[in-house]
Design a protein around this ligand. Structure first.
Ligand SMILES: *Cc1c(COP(=O)(O)O)cnc(C)c1O
Length: 439
């Protein structure tokens, strides 16, 4: 299958190309050129598969004819080797736990597939491959961990200084020389701007084959369809009905994967986009006018996105606003409501939630108790102990995967929010390293 740009003027490319390229040449985002529709018999067959096999089967449809097609089984077995439980919390409410990967957030699914796809499929063009990734918390950790494990490609992680939790920061900066973590004097939006500017800059492009690992990369979105597929097939088997999801959302990469799973025929009903105080998407549903804005800092920091790029894919999928509003809802949840949801979940279900998942739980509680909803759990609460422990007065046990990472030595550098400064810094450090290697 080929991938085209949401802006429709760039030529169609193979999925391997779309992944290596990141952004389409006309500035749009890659989307599948056409959709397929799974039959009832195919859904039945898929519902008998284990998670890695299911992933390989779904991805196989998008990679038909691509050089990576033959490797999908092997990649899926290596990339998706952790559990994905669908856990009942109360009658009518269950949680799809996406935080059992190595960095304890759902970003592991996309980052691990992307790293393996790039390491197996990247055509060398003489320049040094380099991943530059902007992160408001979890993306950078997952990308750093995945690239360090599966590739030799160097990674620069940019995050807003003071804008991530202490444990998130350690996860960004513990990978040694291959991954350099930069605390940027600015916001997440500044970090994202720097990545865009680097990709457009002649000075950077002369030197590097820049690879994008942000959720605009279709290589991160496609492997996120599988858990919606699996959960919906489980719901169908147990209740006979479609699954309805409430998704903690920021840049909407996770939500787009769910909408794509629905589009190809998995039994998915309504989808709720649960945002924090960054209201661009909920306001669009109210007003009909799309306008990004500066991001505001909240307790659910990985969702602090003022102008979600993947909205362009949502509009591409539902060009008709009436249809969009019929399939989707969006809500905005305040920090006070996040705190209340964390307390209530602990009191009522004995379940400690991360602030992002709490956004979705709050949205669940606004909906009728007798409707079935799946709340998507996007991160493990132990990553946000500084928010949760004072609220609940209990210690959150640290999963062993996270404990291993937190025990590694870590090192980050501070930098101004300017790509020229960053490039000089990369060069000066390389020079120092060369000198010290020589001496
Ligand atoms: C990235 C992230 C989100 C938001 O996901 P998007 O795909 O950007 O909408 C939500 N929760 C957590 C924990 C995250 O890391």
């Amino acid at each position: 299958m080929k991938f085209v740009s949401t802006r429709a003027s760039a030529a169609a490319v193979t999925p391997s190309h779309a992944i290596a390229q990141g952004l389409a040449s006309d500035g749009g985002l890659f989307v599948p050129e056409r959709w397929f529709s799974l039959s009832a018999a195919e859904l039945e067959r898929l519902s008998g598969l284990g998670f890695a096999e299911l992933q390989a089967a779904i991805l196989g449809r998008f990679f038909e004819g691509d050089p990576l097609e033959a490797k999908l089984g092997e990649i899926s077995r290596a990339a998706f080797d952790f559990p994905v439980p669908l856990k009942p919390l109360a009658p009518g409410t269950s949680m799809l736990e996406l935080f059992h990967g190595p960095t304890c957030a759902f970003k592991d699914f996309g980052a691990r597939f992307l790293a393996m796809a790039l390491s197996s499929g990247l055509e060398s063009n003489g320049r040094e491959p380099l991943v530059v990734v902007a992160t408001s918390g979890d993306t950078g950790g997952a990308v750093a961990a995945a690239f360090a494990q599966f590739t030799r490609i160097p990674v620069l992680v940019l995050y807003p200084e003071g804008g991530v939790s202490a444990r998130q920061e350690r996860q960004l900066s513990c990978w040694g020389k291959q991954v350099r973590a930069f605390a940027v004097r600015g916001s997440f939006d500044d970090c994202q701007r720097m990545v865009k500017e680097a990709c457009a800059s002649a000075a950077w492009r002369r030197r590097f084959q820049l690879l994008s690992a942000n959720s605009i990369n279709v290589g991160r979105l496609l492997p996120q369809m599988g858990y919606y597929a699996q959960a919906s097939l489980r719901m169908l088997r147990s209740t006979g009905g479609a699954a309805q999801f409430i998704i903690p959302s920021g840049n909407l990469g996770n939500a787009v994967a769910c909408l794509w799973a629905k589009k190809v025929g998995f039994p998915i009903g309504r989808v709720v986009l649960a945002h924090n105080a960054n209201r661009a998407v909920p306001d669009y549903f109210l007003s009909g006018t799309w306008a990004g804005r500066p991001s505001v800092a909240t307790l659910a920091n990985a969702m602090d996105v003022g102008s979600p790029s993947n909205m362009e894919r949502v509009f591409h999928l539902y060009p008709d606003r009436a249809e969009l509003c019929q399939e989707l809802e969006a809500v905005s949840v305040s920090d006070d409501e996040i705190r209340a949801a964390i307390r209530e979940s602990y009191r009522e279900f004995g379940e400690v939630l991360c602030p992002h998942t709490a956004v979705a739980l709050h949205a669940r509680r606004q909906r009728p108790a007798d409707e079935p909803w799946i709340v998507v759990g996007t991160a493990h609460p132990a990553k946000f102990e500084s928010v949760i422990e004072p609220l609940l007065g209990v210690q959150v046990p640290v999963p062993s995967a996270l404990e291993r990472i937190l025990a590694l030595p870590s090192r980050h550098e501070r930098v101004e929010a300017e790509i020229e400064v960053l490039l000089r810094r990369i060069d000066s450090n390389r020079y120092k390293r060369l000198k010290s290697d020589a001496s």
